[in-house]
Write a protein that binds this ligand. Sequence first.
Ligand code: CA
Length: 378
Amino acid sequence: MEIETVETVPLRRELDDRFANAQKWIDSREYCLVRIETADGTVGWGECWGPVAGNREIIDEYVTPWLTGQRVDSVERIHDDLVFKLRSSYHSYVPASVVSGIDIALWDAYGKSTGRSVSRLLGGRRRDEVRAYATGHFFRDVEDFGRLQSVIAEEARGHVDAGFTALKQKVGLSRHFPWGPEEDIELVRTVREAVGDGIDLMVDANHAYDLATAKRVANGLEGLDVRFFEEPVRPEVAYYADLSDDVDVPIAGGESWAFQHEFNRVLSENAAEYVQPDVTSAGGITSTDRVATLAHSENVQCVPHVFGSAVALAASLQVIATIPGEPMLEFDRTPNPIREDLAETPITNDGDVVSIRDEPGLGIEIDESVLESFRAEP
Ligand code: CA
């Protein structure tokens, strides 16, 4: 079936309370969704990582004229041709978020046109549900480190009370506060003591550290039973390889890498013990699936990064259904109405488990009236 229209839909919502990771304060959530409609009226939804600006212009002015009229079931061929086309135009910058948004929308439309879930089309499901870990524990507007410790500990206990058995917290305080690596380690100890020994704990620095500080923090985490230390340094393979070689805590990363060839470099250098491609930035469902296969062949677990709207969450789950080993779902617990309300049937957890839908495409229907309420422009 031919693609008839390709449309970008910018969404934006201000948050009631801002929060921070090491990189930035987050006071709104913004998404560039992609809507593809085929000649028979089948609709597929995709999502691009990052701000609307850039994604929207490249898709509207450059990708859409090329994509219109192509067959929606040629997903991987379109994916590869699009990467080729963008590379020839933008050279060292291949806008992977653009490829991702288009790729996800194509898979959704292809699935809906055949009546099959994307996980079936990817070669079949290994699981119908997945263990979810609660991602959150962002920094808040506080003046006092003790206050931050109590806020984060209270949040962690709340996730455990809700049934989660795995949590991920943020470190890298010195980017925003007069506190440093010692307080970062202390904050992890605070959470470990708040939740006890039975909970899996992960730590995410959002590339806050230089190499020496990352090693110091990694060593400081010893004894706190940290399952992985995510994005400790800038996402460069040599730093990751050095760190993985030097410290005991497993190193994770991937949300800043895209496409199979970038992950291939990481894996061939033994630079990470967990890889975390994001469907909205790594090159869509196609690339995330390829990376998961590649990682499995190198004995590394793929645990996709997820921090998007309901579209990204649903797309991630479809890939996770097919990932070998024991993937987990990164389940963003920060308040976000675009994630919570956009799907007609929201994706929710039952304790630490999220079920993976086997309905056509991504397994969700977008609530169009809710969508309009989040639209960033008339
Ligand atoms: Ca992260």
